[in-house]
Design a protein around this ligand. Structure first.
Ligand SMILES: CC(C)(COP(=O)(O)OP(=O)(O)OC[C@H]1O[C@@H](n2cnc3c(N)ncnc32)[C@H](O)[C@@H]1OP(=O)(O)O)[C@@H](O)C(=O)NCCC(=O)NCCS
Length: 180
């Protein structure tokens, strides 16, 4: 699903003093590819690991996502060093609603980075971008991600259970947050 209009790529990084959200660069791809093989990341996210072929087309796919209005993929970077510490994305459902997805690289977890990133992205999406509602989905067993949603004042609205490729049932909790 896409927006009816393209999204203007973030003109300047979004800072909060500890992290910044900024556009992805070629120099980020090594760290993003390495994290895509992390077992914890693979446990909770559907994305395939970023092999050489995916890495070579990654920047083009990111630019197409912004241009087509499908998604707004961003890097979470350390405010001091500008080094990437995670990734965060808005996946548009329509002109007014998008789903937030995120992953913090293993070495940077447990320091409140994901909540900072979600708060920054929420402010931009519900403010400058003019969305009315954001969704966030987490597996009911993904305690860390459920905490991120709660710490960012997202409210549980529903859940759905379905079998994965191996036939194992998984329940996904859906959270939402609107303009306050
Ligand atoms: C989920 C994730 C993004 C959280 O990012 P983060 O920056 O580490 O978030 P926080 O530091 O706020 O930690 C969130 C919660 O994780 C738990 N946690 C943090 N560090 C932990 C650790 N070392 N061991 C176990 N749990 C830990 C805590 O419950 C914490 O909540 P609390 O601060 O109330 O105690 C990160 O763990 C991750 O990238 N996981 C793999 C990918 C993923 O699950 N993405 C989300 C898919 S919906």
């Amino acid at each position: 699903m896409v927006r009816s209009t393209p999204i203007r790529p973030l003109p300047v990084p979004l800072p909060d003093g500890v992290i910044v959200l900024r556009l992805r660069r070629v120099s980020d791809l090594g760290a993003i590819a390495a994290a895509s093989y992390d077992p914890e990341t693979r446990r909770w996210l559907d994305d395939a690991p970023m092999d050489e072929a995916a890495r070579n087309t990654s920047m083009a796919r990111v630019e197409e996502a912004w241009r087509s209005g499908q998604a707004a993929p961003l890097v979470i970077a350390d405010a001091e060093t500008d080094e990437p510490v995670g990734i965060i994305n808005l996946q548009f459902r329509d002109d007014d609603v998008a789903t937030i997805a995120y992953s913090v690289f293993p070495a940077s977890r447990g320091r409140g980075i994901a909540p900072r990133a979600v708060r920054l992205l929420t402010g931009w999406a519900l403010g400058d971008l003019g969305l009315t509602r954001l969704l966030l989905e987490a597996d009911e067993a993904n305690a860390a991600s459920l905490r991120v949603a709660e710490k960012c004042q997202f409210q549980r609205i529903s859940s759905r259970t379905k079998a994965n490729a191996a036939g194992v049932q998984h329940t996904t909790i859906v959270f939402a947050r609107g303009r306050s």
